[in-house]
Design a protein around this ligand. Structure first.
Ligand SMILES: *Cc1c(COP(=O)(O)O)cnc(C)c1O
Length: 378
């Protein structure tokens, strides 16, 4: 392919910082100097009371699921149009996933369908901020508070994106970020869990540190550490954090670059939308997105297959996205769809994502646009 769909972000200083972690700090396990820098930066920048780096967003979701005390038989409401990790974290605790339809404009969970899906077993709602465009958080939080439910934001794609000025991931009880190489800011594999209620800090640290109170020990609050509860190992290596630190230092540059490509696609493709050939993404007024993704929607699955092939022949890689979870083998086993699937399947079959990454050149974005304009079978 001449134009890839994704390339991991690299701004230049990553290797220098990794060298520093290895040769100067001589600390490559978790919670080293780079991990501390990254979490302090994000706490300040995103106004989050607490934030812990994790080995992935999947693991941050697992932590949130555990800290929300999800038990076997509980129900958790989420969209079906999402990545498997959103569901896996709750399945691990024995919960049933209750899938609710999405809104066709943002591809996010339809907040007006949530309340009808609540039963006595419901414990949590998991909004997924698709493409870094916020869900309708005021409505979702109001429903959750009314019914005493936890809200766990899957903000894997929503780092440095906002809802009415508040950073995604800081609005619900828990927020989960991803720093996978396909995300806006990366550390190869990695993530973070955010929460605003600091009474979660101690149990979160224990869970993240194999069930020990080792974090307290390192802060000098106790003179030896021991096994105090169930736990796992969710600390990323400081080598990974060193890579992320280089990215965070350049967060604004990365964001501006992505937004420039996003805005270019959006302006250039307006004419195809006016002709009725495609639909472009919609960003509600309450959302400040981070250009995580640029997608278009064509008429149907057949058109999409043809268009993806057409672009491929021209050396451009575009890809479709999620197969709805409720129709997958594990989805049938671990979940059920509540209400009618009006948009989830239909809209997911129409959607395709265009090349979008930090090092994508404007000329390449131009080529993508030209190819889309020259396709005649919409
Ligand atoms: C990428 C992604 C995840 C998983 O992130 P990892 O860091 O790879 O575990 C979860 N949810 C959504 C919506 C994602 O896009």
């Amino acid at each position: 392919m001449r134009i890839d769909f994704n390339r991991p972000p690299f701004v230049g200083k990553e290797t220098e910082y990794i060298k520093e972690a290895v040769e100067q700090n001589r600390m490559i396990c978790g919670d080293g100097p780079f991990t501390k820098k990254c979490s302090a930066w994000m706490k300040e920048h995103f106004h989050s009371k607490e934030l812990l780096l994790t080995t992935s967003c999947t693991h941050a979701l697992e932590m949130a699921s555990y800290l929300s005390d999800i038990q076997p038989g509980d129900e958790v409401i989420m969209p079906s149009y999402t990545f498997v990790s959103t569901a896996d974290a709750f399945v691990l605790r024995g919960a049933t996933c209750v899938f609710v339809d999405i809104r066709p404009d943002t591809m996010n969970i339809d907040e007006t369908q949530i309340e009808a899906a609540i039963t006595e077993k419901t414990k949590a709602i998991v909004p997924v901020h698709y493409a870094g465009v916020s869900c309708a958080m005021d409505e979702i939080m109001a429903i959750a508070r009314k019914h005493g439910l936890k809200v766990i934001e899957d903000a894997a794609q929503g780092v440095n994106a906002y809802y009415k000025g508040r950073a995604l991931g800081t609005i619900g009880d828990f927020g989960c970020y991803s720093f996978h190489e396909t995300k806006n800011y990366s550390m190869g594999e990695g993530g973070a869990i955010l929460f605003q209620d600091d009474s979660y800090l101690e149990p979160a640290e224990i869970l993240r540190e194999k069930g020990t109170n080792r974090s307290k020990f390192f802060r000098g609050q106790i003179d030896k550490y021991s096994w105090v509860n169930y736990g796992s190992s969710y600390l990323p290596s400081d080598i990974n954090a060193a890579y992320l630190w280089a990215q965070l230092e350049e967060a604004e540059r990365i964001n501006e670059k992505r937004l420039a490509v996003w805005n270019y696609y959006h302006e250039e493709l307006a004419e195809l939308e006016e002709k009725g050939a495609i639909r472009r993404p919609f960003v509600p007024e309450y959302a400040t997105h981070n250009a995580h993704m640029y997608y278009i929607k064509v008429r149907d699955l057949e058109t999409r297959t043809k268009l993806i092939d057409y672009l491929k022949e021209r050396g451009i890689l575009s890809v479709f996205h999620y197969i709805p979870l409720h129709s997958a083998k594990a989805g049938l086993k671990f979940g059920r769809f509540h209400g009618e699937d009006i948009y989830t399947t239909k809209e997911s079959e129409r959607l395709m994502r265009l090349p979008m990454y930090y090092s994508l050149k404007m000329e390449e974005a131009q080529e993508v646009v030209q190819a889309l304009k020259s396709f005649t079978e919409y």
